[in-house]
Design a protein around this ligand. Structure first.
Ligand SMILES: NC(=O)c1ccc[n+]([C@@H]2O[C@H](COP(=O)([O-])OP(=O)(O)OC[C@H]3O[C@@H](n4cnc5c(N)ncnc54)[C@H](OP(=O)(O)O)[C@@H]3O)[C@@H](O)[C@H]2O)c1
Length: 299
């Protein structure tokens, strides 16, 4: 990981993390732990540093003051689109009500919240959205994200960071990401149906972590897309991974999203542009092909 260059300046502002057990949270926690071994990481699984968004069970203000934190990262929430669709009330409680209460608590203690939104705030008709593009979610998950995007600034008075990553992936086959899903499925010789009309941006996890720390160093506030510049369809992603990893291409079947029969409308083209982030940080998020060739070299 190319983390060294960012670590010196960041050590000045302490960051605490709410949600260390998920994909993004676990990488963030490992990163901040390396900068400061005493980094506080809260989760439902940690009885000493416990928090629960649904139950609105949070650390006390006096505890938060003692941490001397300047930033509170919130990579916690129910991230599964179908779960939000099927359990609207329960997920709203966690993703909206609980998260807003935590943001309020952080602001009360002079801690800048950093929260994760999604490209699912868009309807996926045109693609190539920027931070100012109008939102029009088609799913409950997207509606919950869009609600928070509106409500957080009211609480923070602008003192927040909202990150919209692309589809986040790592190179670890144990992580639950699109990369591991594709590689593991093709290795098991399973057919993989991939939509040619589902287009999205992607974000390598290391770049997301570096990107956030750069925004912190620059004391940036507001909303930022952090993703690679190349948008690919799911079919192109699967084909690229199969090709680079020498997996059987004949297992991949191209389909159209409409051939699936979901109970909700999945947005088709949720590709996003991160020019604002690039202009401010001068940091280029790697494209999937360059990450895959890097993995080949380091194998
Ligand atoms: N991964 C992506 O591609 C992507 C893209 C765009 C945006 N995002 C957003 O980024 C955030 C993190 O995503 P992720 O992929 O890392 O999600 P994830 O792997 O599903 O992890 C979710 C985290 O939220 C925690 N959590 C769930 N319910 C909770 C509750 N009631 N109280 C406290 N913690 C709770 C989980 O903790 P437990 O272990 O206790 O369940 C886990 O640590 C989410 O808001 C997601 O919507 C992700």
């Amino acid at each position: 990981m190319e983390y060294k260059s960012c670590q010196n300046s960041l050590s000045k502002s302490k960051t605490i993390i709410f949600g260390t057990t998920g994909l993004i949270g676990s990488y963030l926690y490992n990163y901040y732990k390396k900068i400061d071994s005493k980094t506080y990481g809260f989760s439902r699984k940690n009885k000493d540093l416990y928090f629960d968004l649904e139950k609105m069970d949070f650390p006390s203000s006096s505890f938060l003051q003692k941490t001397k934190a300047s930033y509170g990262l919130i990579p916690a929430g129910i991230s599964k689109i179908n779960v939000c669709e099927n359990f609207k009330e329960k997920t709203y409680k966690t993703n909206v009500t609980g998260t807003l209460a935590l943001v309020e608590l952080l602001i009360k203690n002079n801690i800048t919240p950093i929260w994760f939104s999604s490209d699912y705030v868009f309807d996926g008709i045109n693609g190539n959205y920027n931070e100012n593009s109008p939102t029009n979610p088609t799913t409950e998950y997207g509606r919950q994200k869009a609600t928070l995007e509106k409500e957080i600034p009211k609480i923070t008075n602008g003192n927040h960071l909202i990150i919209r990553p692309g589809k986040v992936y790592s190179s670890n086959l144990e992580d639950n990401t699109i990369y591991s899903e594709i590689v593991n499925s093709l290795k098991q010789k399973k057919q993989y149906r991939a939509a040619v009309d589902q287009i999205f941006s992607s974000t390598y996890i290391d770049d997301l972590v570096i990107g956030i720390s750069k925004l912190q160093d620059l004391r940036a506030t507001g909303i930022f897309h952090i993703c690679s510049s190349k948008n690919l369809s799911r079919y192109e992603v699967v084909s690229l991974i199969a090709n680079e990893c020498n997996l059987d291409q004949s297992l991949i079947t191209p389909i159209h999203l409409d051939e699936l029969t979901p109970t909700f409308i999945r947005p088709k083209n949720t590709s996003i542009k991160s020019d604002k982030f690039l202009k401010l940080t001068n940091y280029n998020v790697r494209n999937l092909d360059s990450v895959l060739s890097l993995l080949k070299i380091t194998e």
